[in-house]
Design a protein around this ligand. Sequence first.
Ligand SMILES: [Zn+2]
Length: 345
Amino acid sequence: MTTRREFLQTTAVSVLAATSVQCTHVSKVNANPGAGKAARTGVVQTVLGPIDASKLGFTLTHEHVGSGSEKIFSSRANSVADAVDRLKEARDAGIRTIVDLSTFDTGRDIRYREEISRKSGMQIVAATGQHVYAAESYNARTLEEITESFIKEIEQGIDGTDIKAGVIKVAARSDVMTPTEDKVFKAAARASKATGIAIETHTLARRRAGEKQAEVLEAEGVSPDRVSFGHSDDTDDMNYLIGLARRGYTLGMDHTFWGMAPGAMLPWQKRADCITKLIEAGYIGRMFLSNDWVHGDVERETVNPDGMLFTIRKTIPYLKQNHVSDQSIRAMTVENPRRFFGRLA
Ligand SMILES: [Zn+2]
């Protein structure tokens, strides 16, 4: 029987081997949009300051590192200690950067993120924007005011600190947007255009909600290659997925673990098969892998005890069984994030 530590070490070695493979040629089906052009890099804001995008390394693009965790931790210090342990474990497994899509309306504590990043060595990118339920205060605020609030978190800092957001996260609950959601998406588009920062969204994929979001963002003039539709693996509708990828959008395949839930309509292997089909169709350059892990969320931990490591322990080995190459794994976990999160000066 393999011990947990041995397992982690083996996994770390294989992931590091995969991520050190240099992309020396482009296969026929490789539609990596970065190929053939000078690699798009730029600078990425982390909670400990700006870094060159080439330093992102293996990146999980949609996670929540804390700290709605008061329910299970007796103190902030305990919560920090647990989060640091989990981040160190992820770092030992080869993960270098976590994009934390926790916005102000989740009760986010930005200093907490700074502290756990410093103590664990994990690079963390913070988000401006809005969580699943648009904040009530947005109903009364104008589009211009919301845009300004996003730009302020990107350019000046979050909650009076000088810790800046490196991505914009917005959400619409269904395929029909409420007037407030519509306003928030337009604000995200304008803030993205003003700052060069990319957008990640929450979508209800089984209602093809990315298509409506694309319509709103495109009307504001945002380039599809600056947008990722989260939770895209909640559907196996290949027509929908390929349609968005073909238009240049990036698909966040970040709910694979929900396929572990008892009675899940889409088992995780089926979700991973969709990733394989997208690669075979030529869209390797249009996907992210992540786990929408929420530190301290007991329900998620029960469904997915691997947490942030689900990608490394389950998804990637399964994709390899499907004959997905190390190069393709590297594209989804290293090269696509580097291109997407790099803010061009
Ligand atoms: Zn999330």
